[in-house]
Write a protein that binds this ligand. Structure first.
Ligand code: SF4
Length: 64
């Protein structure tokens, strides 16, 4: 699975970073960086949770 971020929706709250810091980072300017787009099978659960809990619906998971 691959992470897709819609930066225009992101409100920089950082829930994704707190749930899955290996995959998301909020930089000093408040911009979210997807550190790794491709999700390892072992991390799928935690990334799915981060996607589901994004309050701005800025994140999605798509099949490769
Ligand atoms: S949880 Fe959603 S709105 Fe919050 S920083 Fe991450 S992508 Fe942006």
């Amino acid at each position: 699975m691959r992470i897709v971020l819609d930066k225009s929706k992101c409100s920089s709250i950082g829930i994704c970073e707190s749930l899955a810091p290996e995959y998301f980072e909020v930089d000093d300017d408040g911009a979210v960086i997807v550190k790794r787009e491709i999700v390892d099978d072992g991390a799928l659960g935690v990334v799915e949770k981060a996607v589901a809990e994004c309050p701005a619906a800025a994140l999605a998971l798509v099949k490769e």
